[in-house]
Design a protein around this ligand. Structure first.
Ligand code: ADP
Ligand code: MG
Length: 252
């Protein structure tokens, strides 16, 4: 009886959705206050949009979460782990993956190799190979597996970076301007992919982008940064009407 109960408890624990929570995150670069006490919270199977003018701290927030920069204040929490700063490989092991504003891939390596290397961090060689092929197929990359990444058109390089992030089987993915530089059809496909990352991969998503249409269409909630501070947080329809957001970012 106890054994059964124990099993049920552990099963429940493993399906309980996780939340990634940031509290009071602060970061200064010299005299520039990039983040001034930012709170953020996103659950699995939720898509949070992060918008704001250039220089408002969006990338710095993703960098702080993923260990690329060390915050001066605040803390992060995911399940029973709480931290101010951890190195990027530890963040990856917590199940947080990301893409960069300017695509980062291993040049001199093929699409397949790039994706497989990401999967290798958490899987055996054989499982990593299968996982790589699976996410490549999902992102329409299977025909490009043997191509060197530096020879790919921009949209496919973006897709390869996203495939790398998903190959890690993350619980959360943080995407820094994934639609930048994509054509209309690719941006449309990205919107559909965001929904699949939520529903099929079961991830929580934080997506930074200037494509307001994509953000408003795709996100459950939207957080607006201005000069390193949160000026609005709510459902897309509320945020879109918020006078502070209109004057700082959306315009009239
Ligand atoms: P966003 O992504 O919203 O455009 P960033 O987070 O990149 O904004 O930048 C926020 C502010 O922090 C800007 O003023 C930027 O110049 C500054 N900043 C970001 N990274 C660095 C850095 N590594 N060194 C110095 N200043 C930085
Ligand atoms: Mg940025």
């Amino acid at each position: 009886m106890t054994g059964l109960l124990g099993e049920m408890e552990s099963t429940n624990a493993s399906v309980a959705p996780k939340r990634l929570v940031a509290t009071g995150i602060g970061k200064e670069f010299g005299h520039v206050r990039a983040l001034a006490g930012v709170d953020m919270s996103v659950g699995q199977r939720e898509i949070l949009g992060l918008i704001g003018p250039n220089g408002s701290g969006k990338t710095t927030l993703l960098n702080a979460i993923t260990g690329v920069v060390k915050p001066d204040a605040g803390s992060f929490e995911l399940e029973d782990v709480s931290w101010r700063w951890l190195p990027p490989h530890r963040i990856a092991r917590l199940g947080i993956a990301r893409t960069f504003q300017s695509v980062r891939l291993f040049v001199g390596m093929t699409v397949f190799e790039n994706v497989r290397v990401a999967a290798t961090a958490s899987l055996s060689a054989r499982a990593a190979r299968e996982r790589a092929l699976e996410v490549m197929a999902e992102l329409g990359l299977e025909r490009h597996g043997d191509q060197l990444v530096e020879n790919l058109p921009y949209g496919l390089r973006r897709a390869t970076e996203l495939a790398r992030a998903l190959a890690e089987r993350p619980a959360f993915v943080l995407l820094d301007e994934p639609a930048a530089g994509l054509d209309g059809r690719e941006a449309q496909e990205l919107g559909e992919m965001l929904q699949r990352i939520r529903s099929e991969h079961g991830c929580g998503v934080v997506v930074v982008d200037h494509d307001v249409g994509l953000i408003m269409r795709s996100c459950d909630s939207v957080l607006v940064l201005h000069e390193g501070a949160v000026i609005a947080h709510g459902a897309p329809s509320e945020v879109r009407r918020d006078p502070a957001v209109i004057s700082a970012y959306l315009g009239s």
